[in-house]
Write a protein that binds this ligand. Sequence first.
Ligand code: CA
Length: 342
Amino acid sequence: MKRMLKYICVLLAFSFYCGVAPVTIAAEKIVIAHRGASGYLPEHTIAAKAMAYAMGVDYIEQDVVMTRDGQLVVLHDHFLDRVTDVQEKFPDRKRKDGRYYVIDFTLDEVRTLDVSERYRIDDDGVKTAVFKDRFPLGKSRFKVHTFAEEIELIQGLNKSTGGDIGIYPEAKSPGFHLKEGKDLSRAILETLKRYGYTKKTSKVFFQTFEIKELKRVHDELLPMLNMDIRLVQLMGGEDAYKDIITKEGISQLATYADGIGPSMFMITATEDSGKTYKITDLVKNAHEAGMVVHPYTFRQEKAAIPEFAGDYEGLLELFLNQIGVDGVFSDFPDRTLEFLGR
Ligand code: CA
């Protein structure tokens, strides 16, 4: 129906009616490539980003962390030991907790690592892939790249293809970085500014899970840098979010954020391990407060699909068409675009 209306609007493109009809205002659903086309290639590699670009997504996501020498790199979290061979190359550089922190390595050191599909590792050092049907562990050759290099890839492809694909960077654990003496959010914003993402109309959403940090970005960093870009509050089921997801919390949030990025399970609450669900007020409250809703993470693997949804398309039908979210973070952007008829 919506597509048909859109078609009619194209036909009437120059008519006054079409210009003001509410139906034309309804925004398109957006597809965000979660860590790139991560269902097919190791997450956050340049290859995964190029593949997502070629699929025709709307936005490509970057998780951003900082190295010891203050460089921004694209990795899902501030550890190196679930997607690289850091254990083999720098066996002595782990902290007491056994983890290898990006912030303890220089960019040059990080660049020596090989990146693989995400894995688990047991006490004997044996690695097994988190998603067994995805790209094979340890095959081909992938590297870590900087945030700027990824922006240049996407902007370069926008130029060479005539496209207009956006970016969706996440500040990962900015509080941890601040404790280590590094202002991650500020560095991300400065990079965005350098590449021309400075306004609400720029094709960028800045996201983070940390509530205080998003407020600081809005209240302090954006004014200081003379920027005004769209902000998204990520959220999960943890206690930390229990106040912000109330009607009052959401309307407070809407005074400075443009959207929310909740776990899909905060929208469809299940009680009997996935057999049935209840739609929470979260989407309704966010929409009433004028915010967009971009839930995560839409994956085609059976284990990632609640029983009530049936299959991947059933899950998309429920969230995009019935509940009416404004976009989704997906590891399988091609199937998501196909579902939307694009
Ligand atoms: Ca993310």
